[in-house]
Design a protein around this ligand. Structure first.
Ligand SMILES: NC(=O)C1=CN([C@@H]2O[C@H](COP(=O)(O)OP(=O)(O)OC[C@H]3O[C@@H](n4cnc5c(N)ncnc54)[C@H](O)[C@@H]3O)[C@@H](O)[C@H]2O)C=CC1
Ligand SMILES: O=C(O)[C@@H]1CCC=N1
Length: 278
C-alpha cells in the first residue's frame, strides 16, 4: 500500500509523522508534494525514505491520497491530478467544507472524508470519518485500521460535520485558550508564577483526561464528587454558571456562520466546473 499526501503544512505533517510514529506506515510507503518546496525538504531531511515529488506523481503512485490543502485549493489540485485518479484509488478530504458528494461528483475514484485533530500527534483523540458510496467493506476496514493507529476513528453523518469538528478539531485550541485564561488570572490575582500555574494546570488536565478515559465518572458526577457541600468548588461553579451561560452558544453560532460561508465558496468553486473527470 502506498500513501500520498498533497499539502505538507501543519495538518499534512502531523498526519505523516503520526502514521510513521505509530508504526502503521513506513516512510518508504509515503510520497509527498507541496506548493512550497521548503516544507518538503524539512520533512525529507527528517525522514529520508519519504519520497518528495510533484502533485501528479504523488497521485499516480498513491493507493490512498490525503488532500491536505485548504478548501479553496482543492479545485486547483484536482484539476491538476484528476486524470490520474483511477477508480481503484481512495482520495480523502481532510476539511469540513469539502464534502464527500462534492468530490464524488467531480472525480471518478473512491472518496471519503477524514477530519483529523492536533491530538492525533500524540496518537490520541478522535478522527471523524464520512465514507463515500464507492468504498467497499474492505476499503472501510482498511481506512478504519489505518486511522486507529493514530486516533479513535468515529463515523459521523454529513449533517454533524461542523459541530463534530468544533469539538474534535477546534476543541484543543478552544480548551487551551480557556486554560491559558485560567493561568493568566491565577498569575494576576495570586502569588504564583506562570510556569508553576502552567505545570499545575497541565498535570490537572492530563489527570482529568485519564479519569474520563477510564469511564468511571460522567461529567456531572465528576463535578458533584469534587463539590464538597459548603466548600469552595461550588462557589467557583456558580461563577462559571453565571458568566459562561452563552459562551458556547455564541461560539457555535460563529463557527457555523463561518462554515456556511466556506461551504458556499466551495460550492461556487465546484459549480464553475468546465471539466469534471467522469
Ligand atoms: N490545523 C488543524 O488542526 C486542522 C486542519 N484541518 C484541515 O487541514 C487543511 C490544511 O490545514 P493546515 O495544514 O492547517 O494548513 P496549512 O496552510 O498549514 O497547509 C496547507 C498546505 O497546502 C499547500 N498547498 C497549497 N496549495 C497547494 C497546491 N496547489 N499543491 C500542493 N500543495 C499546496 C501549502 O503550501 C501548505 O503547505 C485545511 O483544509 C483544514 O481545514 C482539519 C482538521 C484540523
Ligand atoms: O481552523 C480551521 O479552520 C481548522 C479546521 C479544524 C481545525 N482547524
Amino acid at each position: 500500500m502506498h500513501i500520498g499526501f498533497i499539502g505538507t503544512g501543519s495538518m499534512g505533517t502531523i498526519l505523516i509523522e503520526a502514521f510513521i510514529e505509530s508504526g502503521a506506515v513506513l516512510p518508504a510507503q509515503i510520497s509527498v508534494a507541496n506548493r512550497t518546496p521548503e516544507k518538503l525538504h524539512a520533512l525529507t531531511a527528517k525522514h529520508p525514505d519519504i519520497k518528495a515529488s510533484t502533485n501528479i506523481n504523488v497521485a499516480q503512485k498513491a493507493d490512498i491520497l490525503f488532500l491536505c490543502t485548504k478548501p479553496l485549493e482543492y479545485r486547483t489540485v484536482l484539476d491538476e491530478i484528476g486524470e490520474h485518479l483511477t477508480p481503484d484509488k481512495l482520495v480523502l478530504s481532510i476539511t469540513s467544507s469539502v464534502g464527500v458528494q462534492q468530490l464524488e461528483a467531480y472525480i471518478p475514484c473512491k472518496v471519503a472524508r477524514v477530519i483529523p485533530s492536533i491530538t492525533n500527534t500524540a496518537l490520541s483523540g478522535a478522527s471523524l470519518i464520512t465514507f463515500g458510496a464507492r468504498l467497499t467493506q474492505t476499503d472501510r476496514t482498511l481506512l478504519l485500521t489505518l486511522l486507529s493507529a493514530i486516533s479513535t476513528p468515529i463515523e459521523i453523518e454529513e449533517s454533524q460535520t461542523r459541530i463534530s469538528s468544533d469539538i474534535v478539531s477546534c476543541g484543543p485550541a478552544f480548551f487551551s485558550f480557556l486554560m491559558q485564561r485560567f493561568i493568566d488570572s491565577a498569575v494576576d490575582h495570586a502569588s504564583i508564577t506562570e510556569e508553576q500555574a502552567t505545570r499545575l494546570m497541565t498535570e490537572m488536565i492530563i489527570g482529568l483526561g485519564r479519569l474520563l478515559e477510564d469511564g468511571r465518572f460522567s461529567l456531572p458526577t465528576l463535578q458533584a464528587k469534587v463539590c464538597v457541600p459548603g466548600g469552595v468548588t461550588g462557589i467557583g461553579l456558580h461563577v462559571l454558571d453565571e458568566e459562561t451561560q452563552d459562551v458556547f452558544k455564541h461560539l457555535i453560532e460563529a463557527t457555523h456562520n463561518k462554515f456556511n460561508i466556506d461551504v458556499r465558496e466551495v460550492q461556487e468553486m465546484f459549480t464553475n466546473q468546465k471539466n469534471s473527470f467522469h
